[in-house]
Every structure is written in C-alpha cells, then in structure tokens.
Design a protein around this ligand. Structure first.
Ligand code: ADE
Length: 240
C-alpha cells in the first residue's frame, strides 16, 4: 500500500500540508517532527527537514527506516535558472544533481557534481510520480510548469556569475538546497521520488529582494500541487 513521505525544508513549505492532515499523530526524531495522517485519504508522513542537503538526507532515511514510506515527494521553493521560468512558475524534477560536489581534480573520470562510487551524475526521478506531479502543477497553474533538472547545493544563490556557473555545470532549470540530497537517499534506498518546486526568485542579484516577498506564495502554491498529487496517488490505487 502506498505511503507517501512529504519533505519540505522550512515551516512555510509544510505548514498547509500539516494543517490538512486527518487522524494526525506526531513523532520526534533527530530534532524534526514527523506528522503521520491522511492527506486526501492517502496515508502520508510530512516532515520539515530544515535547510540543506544533510538535513534533507537524514530525514529521508528516517522516513524509510522508521515510517516505511513507499514514495517520496519534496515540496518547496527554488531560484530560477531559466529565462522562461518566472516567479510563481513550477518545476517538476526529471532528475536532480549537486552543483557543489567536485572530485574532478583527483580523478578526471568524475564530472563536477558526481558522487564517487555512485554510477549516476543525476539521480532520476520516478516517471509515474513525474506524470502525477506535472498534471497536478498544470491544474494549479496552467501553462507554467516545466519538467527538467534540479540543481542542489548548500548555498543560497544570489549572484549572476554564480547562477551562470551552475547552469554551465548542470543545465538545470532551478536551484535549491535539498533536492539532490533527497534524490540520492531515495536512490540508495530504491524508493521512487519526485521534486516539485515553485519559483520564488531568479537566483541572481535580484534574489535577496524577491525571495522574502514571494517565498510564502510560492511555498503554498507548491504545497497545493503536492496535495493534488496525493489525491491522484490515492485515486490510482483505489481505481477498482
Ligand atoms: N531556494 C529558493 N531560492 C533559492 C536560491 N536562490 N538559491 C538556493 N535555494 C533557493
């Protein structure tokens, strides 16, 4: 039976989801609150993991080991890396990779972003979840969703030169601070995942101004898309 783990870094990214849960219980682990319940009748566990790749990864491992989730969705905001993606637009991950992981200097076979010992550069998201997420995003904001790569690093990107370097290295559509950590942990646990992100800023010199202005609206939009995805997952499983 499907049990969906839903992860957001910040309170604003999970608060509306937690408030929608029915039959809610809460468990504390590693400093995070894990909220179990049903969302649109689907069994889910929602957690605010905190900012950054390590916080994100450890919460995915807890979701796998202690809550036996079968699928993972990461919801939240991101900086746009693409001229066609404006504030409020949505990104669904095709895959996710690091922009700040670099072992290329010790071994020329490692591309920038590649984790030694893992045979992928970018961790692929699950096709079925991509389909549900795209349909959900399109119904919330028609014509404003792209499917593509998400680039993650432990940096808030707010300079044009930094943005251009990340685009050069990754070819990603957006940048944030958790997605690839979630993707890597899901990959190692063989759990299907998808990232859904709403654009809060352009990850350039305007980001410091735009981010606080648009964070809440973007985060809540993304949470709405996640609720819609949960409904679709429930309906797919209970179709007969
Ligand atoms: N999340 C939202 N905007 C971001 C940015 N510009 N850099 C990193 N993470 C973000």
């Amino acid at each position: 039976m499907t049990k969906l783990g839903i992860i957001g870094a910040m309170q604003v990214e999970v608060e509306t989801l937690v408030s929608q849960l029915k039959n809610k219980t809460v468990t504390q682990k590693a400093g995070s609150s894990f909220y179990e319940g049903t969302l649109e009748d689907l069994p889910v566990v929602v957690v605010q993991c905190g900012v950054g790749k390590v916080n994100a990864a450890l919460c995915v491992q807890i979701l796998c080991d202690c809550f036996a989730v079968t699928h993972i969705v990461n919801t939240g905001v991101a900086g746009s890396l693409c001229a066609d993606l404006d504030i409020g637009d949505l990104v669904v991950s095709q895959d996710a990779m690091y922009h700040d992981f670099d072992c290329s200097v010790i071994n020329e076979n490692y591309a920038v972003g590649q984790v030694p010992g893992l045979n992928v550069l970018a961790f692929p998201a699950n096709d079925a979840l991509i389909g549900y997420a795209f349909a959900a995003a399109e119904s919330e904001n028609p014509g404003h969703t792209k499917i593509g790569r998400v680039a993650s690093g432990d940096q808030f990107v707010c300079q044009k030169s930094q943005k251009e370097q990340i685009v050069h290295v990754t070819g990603a559509l957006c940048t944030e601070m958790e997605g690839a950590g979630i993707a890597q942990t899901a990959y190692r646990n063989k759990i299907p995942y998808v990232i859904i992100r709403a654009i809060s800023d352009k990850a350039d010199d305007t980001a410091e101004m735009d981010y606080p202005t648009f964070e809440t609206i973007a985060a809540h939009r993304c949470a709405k898309v996640t609720t819609n995805l949960a409904r679709q997952l429930y309906e797919a499983e209970n179709a007969n």
